[in-house]
Design a protein around this ligand. Structure first.
Ligand code: PAN
Ligand code: ZN
Length: 178
């Protein structure tokens, strides 16, 4: 990984992108979401997976780039997930830009950490995680997690986070669900 850009290179690096059409339901303002094109890219991920998914004891490395922008008042953000093996933790490290890492425990309490270039974030096990780009430039962060963690997206699709990162008077504010 080139730490000045957060870009992974190498033959075995996989890349995928997430469009608004794939994650539309995560946003609060569905009217605003429906006015934007399905093919709009919100973020992309590069993945270095040196062992097979599900392998115990290995580590995966990823780099995520979230574009700047909002759907209504809500910043572009990742889908967010618990790990399928709930007790698996993760590290995030910010390379570029500004963001908010939302962390929700299994009791539904959501807090956040501010992401700035160089900031390191420990995501404990049993904690759902989602990142919002609260700045005006791309937010780039690296991630490292156990290769047997897996991803449970369904719980968040169904229940969401208990708070959202919204712009209020030009500033990001964590707004609890009403
Ligand atoms: C990260 C995330 C990545 C994209 O690599 O997978 O930032 O976010 P979503 O997976 O929520 O769409 C990670 O947390 N891996 O475990
Ligand atoms: Zn994760």
């Amino acid at each position: 990984m080139d730490w000045s850009k957060g870009v992974l290179t190498g033959d075995s690096v996989q890349s995928f992108s997430k469009t608004l059409g794939q994650v539309r339901s995560i946003f609060q303002d569905q009217a605003a979401a429906s006015r934007l094109p399905a093919e709009l890219e919100l973020y992309r991920v590069q993945l270095f997976a040196p062992v097979a998914e599900g392998t115990e004891g290995g580590l995966f490395w990823g780099s995520t780039t979230i574009h700047p922008g909002k759907v209504g008042d809500e910043y572009y953000m990742t889908k967010g997930h618990f790990h399928r093996l709930r007790n698996r933790g993760e590290y995030y490290a910010t390379v570029h830009g500004e963001g908010a890492l939302l962390l929700m425990d299994e009791q539904g309490a959501t807090r956040y950490e501010t992401m700035l270039p160089g900031s390191m974030h420990y995501i404990p096990g049993n904690t759902a995680h989602r990142v919002a780009n609260t700045g005006s430039v791309p937010l780039v962060f690296a991630a490292c997690w156990p290769s047997d963690a897996g991803h449970d997206y369904e719980t968040i699709e169904r229940e969401g986070f208990s708070a959202r990162m919204l712009e209020r008077n030009g500033k990001p504010v964590l707004v609890p669900r009403g």
